[in-house]
Design a protein around this ligand. Sequence first.
Ligand code: SF4
Length: 689
Amino acid sequence: MTDLKYVTTTCPYCGTGCSFNLVVRDGKTVGVTPFTRSPVNEGKLCPKGMYAHEFVNSPDRLTTPLIKKDGKFVQASWDEATDYIAQKMKTFKPSEIACLSSARTSNEDNYALMKLARGVFKTTHIDHCARLCHSSTVAGLATSFGSGAMTNSILDIEKSKCLFILGSNTFEQHPLIGRRVTMAKKNGAKIIYADPRFTPTGKQADLYMQFRSGSDVAILNGLMQLIIKNGWENKDFIANRTKEYEAMKAVVMKDTYSPENVEKISGIPAAQLKQAAEWIGTSGATAILYSMGITQHTVGVDNVHSVANIQMLCGNLGRPGTGVNALRGQNNVQGACDMGALPVSFTAYQKVTDPAAHKKFEDAWGFPDGICEPKNGYEVTVMMDVLTDKPGELKALYIMGENPMLSDPDLTHVKHALEAVEFMVVQDIFLTETAELADVVLPATCYAERDGTQTSTERRVQKWRKAQDPPGEAKLDWEIIAMVAAKMGYAAQFPWKTSEDVFNEMRMLTPSYRGMTYERLDKPEALHWPCPEETHPGTPILHGAKFSHPDGLGIFFPCEWKAPAEVPDAEYPFILTTGRCLWHWHTGTMTRRSGSLDHEVPTGWIEINTEDAADLGIADGEMIKAMTRRGEVVVGARVTPDIMKGVMFMPFHFVECAANMLTNNALDPVCKIPEFKACAVKVEKIQEA
Ligand code: SF4
């Protein structure tokens, strides 16, 4: 007789945090059905969620540890593999080891790797892919508001009177947040959309402003100038809730940011800018939604500060329908940051350099020989530079669930960096492009095979629930970490038997999670942090009465517009920007192994404006060569009027035409995020032999 069960869990793809039921037949996950009690998605799903079961039992799953011998992977036992790792790791100094954690894995896994790095390896170098997507949000909002997270909730979006969507293709990248935008529109909200591409999100807008990638600060300063000139600023909010207003005002009122000059910088007609300023300034409840179009620039932190500035200027914070809503990309990018998988902080942004925080973790963990030094480590982008530019400074890399060989900018540089590593361990569910370069590969479980928690973009902490057993000998990431720690002599510090044990240890050290228990998180609505006590209801909207800075005030940061690090010139005359598509996820490890999703979009492309394509003699569908100063790829052209003239776009999911062969690893000086959204590119027809 068939054994059928339905297990409610949370989607492993984007940061929206939709729930669904996994259908399990005879012990194997075979489908997805709606879970209507989730307030986030109310039973609705996007295609990625609908087919989230398809990669789980892929024949490509890793099932045993692998050790590279004479350039080839050979199967090994767990005992042999973890023994080997421990013996090798003991030969390196703490400063020679770096760890990459993962926004795809659970909070428990990220906490465990943070503890392994700081407690066992005693290194300060730990980071993860939030560096590449929202490190400018964390740095920018933490300095503006005192907390680096989305201020309002997803449900709150429909209460907005005006939604300004900037640098976020919400309908494709966060489709179930896009649904809330539609609901707001039905309630009468005006939708303003600014993006170089007329995406499906643009098609929902009342006002679409097409602009040149890299001109965000000029646009936001221009909007603020118009708001102030028209007297639409919220004087009470500025006086009572903020500081440094005059310094910010002095910058935005410059002639550089007049509508006419902003038009010259950005390409947005002055009349459109004026309309947008009026709707933003007078709606009474404007929410901004942004994503990586804002963050992935060498001025990413300035961009985020500018978004915070305009919302403080209008008093659009701390109330329903308002807020700075940074839409985080991956399922658990918020949680991985919260768990301290960052080079500067323990959990909940408790600074490593703060003596009290350092002592708190050292005392709680009880490592007899102490923990890492109280200093900041390297960001992932800096790790890559150190590996290529300072040979011998970093020697060992421990990677959990990340694939920098496809996700990071300038892949030739990344390959050189990873090849310079003396010893590399990768924990993953598939043999990724990065795992292929490792010395040891350890098979991990996916979301369907384990209990755990993840924290969505709106700070909602939700549960994964085990639906099936893992394949072969695959283990939970935190279990693997505990095994490695035990082999290095620290079994007593990793005593956990269940994911709940890990969570309970973490929450006692993490003020914003302290009031959460697995039992409380079991209800469909789960809990938003901060949730400091077990009787606390959670906090869907931040900054209600005061900001999170010690004095309770928000801080205006004046920002001047600066051009991207690389701008078009005679040799490379176009701007290249990159991103994702509806059907695939990041480096495609999961979605390209999902038959339904891969069938829809089997390979990558480059979008070229219709007039540019005509000038270049390029036809729709033609294979062409795209080149930057860092590399070249052969890719099919998608000719469309929906992208701005002079701008080209590539999705980065596809190894056979990897967009990141072309991207620029120039970094924001504050948060070290790379400039994925703007570099100079040229394209050529492929000459027949
Ligand atoms: Fe999953 Fe995001 Fe789609 Fe929801 S919107 S089903 S969380 S990918």
